[in-house]
Design a protein around this ligand. Structure first.
Ligand SMILES: [Zn+2]
Length: 139
Protein backbone atom coordinates (compact mmCIF):
# COMPACT_ATOMS: atom_id res chain seq x y z
CA UNK A 1 0.00 0.00 0.00
CA UNK A 2 1.29 3.44 -0.95
CA UNK A 3 -0.11 6.83 -0.04
CA UNK A 4 -0.13 9.79 -2.39
CA UNK A 5 -1.13 13.34 -1.48
CA UNK A 6 -2.23 16.14 -3.74
CA UNK A 7 -2.62 19.73 -2.54
CA UNK A 8 -5.03 22.38 -3.69
CA UNK A 9 -5.83 25.86 -2.43
CA UNK A 10 -8.99 27.90 -2.21
CA UNK A 11 -9.97 31.19 -0.64
CA UNK A 12 -13.35 31.42 1.00
CA UNK A 13 -15.35 33.57 3.38
CA UNK A 14 -17.41 32.25 6.27
CA UNK A 15 -18.87 32.99 9.68
CA UNK A 16 -19.88 30.80 12.57
CA UNK A 17 -23.49 30.85 13.66
CA UNK A 18 -25.88 28.34 15.18
CA UNK A 19 -29.51 29.17 14.40
CA UNK A 20 -30.65 27.16 17.43
CA UNK A 21 -29.01 29.67 19.76
CA UNK A 22 -29.93 33.27 20.57
CA UNK A 23 -27.61 35.95 19.27
CA UNK A 24 -25.85 36.45 22.60
CA UNK A 25 -24.97 32.76 22.81
CA UNK A 26 -23.52 32.83 19.30
CA UNK A 27 -21.44 35.87 20.25
CA UNK A 28 -20.27 34.21 23.47
CA UNK A 29 -19.23 30.91 21.83
CA UNK A 30 -17.95 32.15 18.47
CA UNK A 31 -16.66 35.62 19.35
CA UNK A 32 -15.46 37.57 16.35
CA UNK A 33 -16.19 34.60 14.07
CA UNK A 34 -19.91 35.26 14.61
CA UNK A 35 -19.76 38.51 12.61
CA UNK A 36 -22.35 37.72 9.97
CA UNK A 37 -20.63 39.78 7.31
CA UNK A 38 -18.01 37.02 7.30
CA UNK A 39 -14.25 36.99 7.01
CA UNK A 40 -11.88 35.12 4.75
CA UNK A 41 -9.21 32.44 4.85
CA UNK A 42 -6.75 31.02 2.36
CA UNK A 43 -7.40 27.32 2.84
CA UNK A 44 -5.00 24.57 1.86
CA UNK A 45 -6.46 21.18 1.08
CA UNK A 46 -4.46 17.95 1.10
CA UNK A 47 -6.14 14.87 -0.28
CA UNK A 48 -4.40 11.55 0.34
CA UNK A 49 -5.27 8.44 -1.63
CA UNK A 50 -4.12 4.90 -0.90
CA UNK A 51 -3.58 2.00 -3.25
CA UNK A 52 -1.11 -0.16 -5.06
CA UNK A 53 1.41 1.11 -7.57
CA UNK A 54 0.41 0.21 -11.11
CA UNK A 55 3.21 -1.88 -12.60
CA UNK A 56 2.84 -0.26 -16.02
CA UNK A 57 2.60 3.43 -15.04
CA UNK A 58 4.29 3.49 -11.64
CA UNK A 59 1.35 5.54 -10.38
CA UNK A 60 -1.16 4.76 -7.67
CA UNK A 61 -3.67 7.04 -9.36
CA UNK A 62 -3.90 9.14 -12.52
CA UNK A 63 -2.47 12.46 -11.29
CA UNK A 64 -4.13 14.54 -13.97
CA UNK A 65 -7.48 12.98 -13.19
CA UNK A 66 -7.01 13.54 -9.44
CA UNK A 67 -6.20 17.20 -10.06
CA UNK A 68 -9.29 17.56 -12.24
CA UNK A 69 -11.50 15.94 -9.60
CA UNK A 70 -10.23 18.31 -6.88
CA UNK A 71 -10.77 21.27 -9.18
CA UNK A 72 -14.26 20.21 -10.21
CA UNK A 73 -15.59 18.91 -6.88
CA UNK A 74 -13.97 21.37 -4.46
CA UNK A 75 -12.02 24.34 -5.80
CA UNK A 76 -14.59 25.44 -8.38
CA UNK A 77 -17.32 25.22 -5.71
CA UNK A 78 -15.49 26.81 -2.74
CA UNK A 79 -12.95 29.23 -4.20
CA UNK A 80 -13.88 32.92 -3.92
CA UNK A 81 -17.23 31.96 -2.39
CA UNK A 82 -18.96 32.75 0.85
CA UNK A 83 -19.40 29.27 2.28
CA UNK A 84 -22.49 30.12 4.37
CA UNK A 85 -24.22 31.83 1.47
CA UNK A 86 -23.09 30.04 -1.67
CA UNK A 87 -22.17 26.45 -0.83
CA UNK A 88 -25.15 24.12 -0.34
CA UNK A 89 -23.73 21.97 2.47
CA UNK A 90 -23.29 25.04 4.71
CA UNK A 91 -26.32 27.04 3.61
CA UNK A 92 -28.82 28.49 6.09
CA UNK A 93 -31.02 25.70 7.37
CA UNK A 94 -28.35 23.04 6.81
CA UNK A 95 -27.37 23.18 10.47
CA UNK A 96 -23.73 22.72 9.41
CA UNK A 97 -21.33 25.46 10.52
CA UNK A 98 -18.38 25.87 8.10
CA UNK A 99 -15.62 25.15 10.61
CA UNK A 100 -12.37 23.57 9.50
CA UNK A 101 -13.67 20.24 10.83
CA UNK A 102 -16.94 20.42 8.89
CA UNK A 103 -15.19 21.59 5.73
CA UNK A 104 -12.94 18.50 5.89
CA UNK A 105 -15.98 16.23 6.27
CA UNK A 106 -17.85 18.00 3.45
CA UNK A 107 -14.87 17.66 1.12
CA UNK A 108 -14.59 13.95 1.95
CA UNK A 109 -18.25 13.52 0.98
CA UNK A 110 -17.68 15.39 -2.26
CA UNK A 111 -14.71 13.19 -3.20
CA UNK A 112 -15.79 9.79 -1.89
CA UNK A 113 -16.33 7.31 -4.70
CA UNK A 114 -15.05 9.69 -7.38
CA UNK A 115 -11.37 8.64 -7.49
CA UNK A 116 -10.93 5.60 -9.64
CA UNK A 117 -8.27 3.02 -8.90
CA UNK A 118 -7.44 4.22 -5.38
CA UNK A 119 -9.11 4.61 -2.02
CA UNK A 120 -9.68 7.99 -0.44
CA UNK A 121 -7.57 7.85 2.72
CA UNK A 122 -7.46 11.28 4.30
CA UNK A 123 -8.74 14.80 3.75
CA UNK A 124 -6.72 17.47 5.54
CA UNK A 125 -7.85 21.09 5.53
CA UNK A 126 -5.63 23.91 6.77
CA UNK A 127 -7.49 27.04 7.76
CA UNK A 128 -4.14 28.63 8.51
CA UNK A 129 -0.59 27.35 8.83
CA UNK A 130 -1.01 26.35 12.48
CA UNK A 131 -4.54 24.94 12.32
CA UNK A 132 -5.81 21.97 10.38
CA UNK A 133 -8.37 19.18 10.59
CA UNK A 134 -8.02 15.60 9.35
CA UNK A 135 -10.88 13.36 8.30
CA UNK A 136 -10.54 9.66 7.47
CA UNK A 137 -14.21 8.93 6.84
CA UNK A 138 -16.42 6.99 9.20
CA UNK A 139 -14.54 4.13 10.80
ZN1 LIG B 1 -12.68 31.94 10.10
Amino acid sequence: MIFLTRKAEFSSAHYYWNDEWPEEENRRIFGRCANRNGHGHNYTLEVTVAGEVDAMTGFVVDLKELKEILEREVVSVYDHRHLNLEVPEFAAGSGVIPTTENIAIAIWRRLEGKISGAKLHRVRVYEMADLFADYYGER
